[in-house]
Design a protein around this ligand. Structure first.
Ligand code: ADP
Ligand code: MG
Ligand code: ZN
Length: 474
């Protein structure tokens, strides 16, 4: 039996505010445990929360970038559950009136563009972190407690593991673009729960399971694939899917049932009495809108129109803000967008892929990178030398002026006709048969001579001059 997969996501992202959402403790990662806490964020009786306006601003910003409607009045609820990482035994969250409603993000799929609808985005406080000690027992670090989070809840519009990955990659790029989160999955600033169900064509949605503990996009992909297979087997053998929460074990490559899925009523949501509802004026929304940068699609359009780049190239260049910013910096320094784009699309992207990290780090700067391109454009160095120089700049030395580097690395192109002619003459003498081939019009033989001159000059000969000399001498 063929089933269609139905997938919906709940994506949690920590916001990059300076301070926590309801107190003035710093919002910082990787500190000594429990030093970034105060009576509010460890839930001392009587301590009163005060809302961080920046968190609301960032939530609105995310909502605008995801085409949401911004609620004019947003409220807080207490979500109750007992777990030692939650000192108050409730999490301040939003259930009834979240900051953002509706919305969508468009992704590219095999069947063309597809809109993945967003149900809503709400704000909440993060919980602390449990550290399971090697000496037995568990320790708790409340530094993370009270860090602002947005939860982005999609409609169940995704239909495969691949599609889910594309959506997540686009979402992460977008949130980084607008600067509300650094979205580091390995540090937990982006976390995602995945809901999966199966149904037959034309039939209503099936019963879903929710998977937790997905620490990387790869884990998300594997967990979805596993869950689709697991549910398919159950249904094919006449069984029923139980609505439950499952925990993904990435090492074992399988998931385990954690608990029957709790319903909203299990959390006994009730109004947060210490925080008043927040009115969001259209004026405030307008101000936030003004802080939005050009989003990837608009920026790609600009590159197509202003720099005449192919749509495909523009899309790659704008897919990550670090790359798009680097491209812009380069264009401001060196007026050859096409050449810059070509180098970024090939050599720079290849390097980035080689050193795949969650955050793109460019060890080269725009100033020296464009100097290198200019040296190549001006024929001071040829293509192979430019590649050598680029490698050197990327791995060893990005600070020294490329003009000095090409001297040091002995890469300056030899265009001196006399010098090249002498080298070529000697090669012709040693290869009379190949020389006859050239005279007979054999193109491959020409390439042979170019190659030999390059070898003799360690790749520094000006290929144009060499070609002219071959024509002249043979
Ligand atoms: P709850 O409040 O019980 O968690 P929601 O309606 O908020 O339920 O849904 C949570 C997530 O589950 C959403 O991302 C939604 O897209 C997804 N979802 C809902 N129904 C299904 C389904 N039948 N199959 C897959 N995902 C689903
Ligand atoms: Mg939910
Ligand atoms: Zn605090």
């Amino acid at each position: 039996m063929i089933y269609l997969a139905v997938i919906g996501l709940e994506v949690h992202t920590e916001l990059k505010t300076n301070t926590k959402i309801f107190c003035s403790c710093k919002n910082e990662f990787n500190l000594e445990p429990n030093i970034n806490c105060c009576p509010v964020c460890v839930g001392m009786p009587g301590a009163l929360p005060a809302l961080n306006k920046k968190a609301v601003e960032y939530a609105i910003k995310a909502g605008l970038a995801l085409n949401c409607e911004i609620n004019t009045l947003t409220r807080w609820e207490r979500k109750n559950y007992f777990y030692p990482d939650l000192p108050k035994a409730y999490q301040v969250s939003q259930a009834e009136a979240p900051v953002c409603l509706g919305g969508y993000m468009e992704i590219e799929t095999q069947n063309g563009p597809k809109k993945i609808r967003i149900n809503h985005i709400h704000l909440e406080e993060d919980a602390g972190k449990l550290i399971h000690s090697e000496y037995g027992g568990s320790l708790v670090d409340y530094n993370r407690g009270g860090v602002p989070l947005i939860e982005i809840v999609t409609e169940p519009d995704l239909s495969s593991a691949d599609e889910t990955l594309v959506f997540l990659e686009n979402l992460r790029a977008l949130l980084k673009y607008i600067g509300v989160s650094d979205c580091r999955m390995e540090q937990g600033s982006l976390r995602c729960d995945v809901n999966v169900s199966l149904r037959k064509e034309g039939e209503p949605l099936g019963i879903r399971t929710e998977m937790k503990n997905l620490a990387s996009f790869k884990a998300v992909h594997r967990a979805i694939t596993y869950e689709i297979n697991r549910q398919t087997e159950i249904l094919n053998s006449g069984g029923e899917i139980i609505q439950e929460t499952r925990r993904w074990d990435d090492q074992k490559g399988r998931s385990y049932s954690m608990r029957a899925k709790e319903d909203a009523q299990d959390y006994r949501y009730f109004p947060e009495t210490d925080l008043p509802p927040v009115k969001i004026s259209s004026e405030f929304v307008r101000q936030v809108k003004e802080t939005l940068p050009l989003l990837p699609k608009e920026r790609a359009q600009k590159y197509v129109e202003e720099y005449n780049l192919p749509q495909y190239d523009a899309q790659i260049l704008t897919s990550e803000i670090t790359i798009a910013d680097f491209f812009d910096e380069c264009v401001a320094l060196f007026d050859n967008p096409k050449m810059i784009s070509n180098w970024i699309m090939t050599d720079v992207m290849r390097k980035i892929k080689e050193h795949q990290t969650e955050d793109i780090v460019l060890p080269i700067n725009a100033k020296n990178f464009t100097k290198m391109l200019k040296l190549h454009q001006d024929n001071v160095i040829n293509q192979p030398a430019a590649k050598t120089l680029f490698e050197h700049m990327w791995h060893q030395d990005s600070k020294t002026d490329p003009e000095q580097l090409i001297q040091k690395l002995n890469l300056v192109q030899i265009s001196d006709e006399g010098e090249l002619e002498n080298i070529l003459k000697e090669i012709i003498q040693n290869n009379p048969a190949a020389a006859d081939d050239v005279r007979g019009g054999n193109k491959k033989a020409i390439a042979f001579f170019v190659g030999q001159v390059m070898k003799a000059t360690k790749g520094k000969a000006n290929p144009k001059t060499v070609n002219e000399l071959i024509q002249k001498l043979l």
